[in-house]
Write a protein of this length. Structure first.
Length: 77
């Protein structure tokens, strides 16, 4: 059984983590400058990012399960 689909899934989560790390620094800079501590744009960016992460986790997990149901990953069972 191959572990490559699991690696692909975790690489995707790593990309989201890296993007969150970058966005966290940008948000802290915006707050430190006193531009915004909250607001419509600030909240929408957080909601889009959180929504994208949840969609990736749900549908990525579904994709991961379906990958192991394919014949090429059933060899050796």
């Amino acid at each position: 059984m191959s572990f490559l689909p699991v690696v692909k899934y975790f690489v995707g989560l790593g990309v989201f983590g890296f993007a969150y790390w970058l966005l966290g620094d940008i948000f802290e800079t915006i707050i430190d400058e006193g531009v915004h501590t909250s607001g419509v744009t600030f909240n929408i960016i957080h909601m889009f990012f959180t929504g994208g992460l949840l969609v990736y986790m749900i549908f990525g997990g579904w994709w991961l399960i379906r990958m192991y149901n394919e014949d090429k990953y059933r060899q050796g069972w």
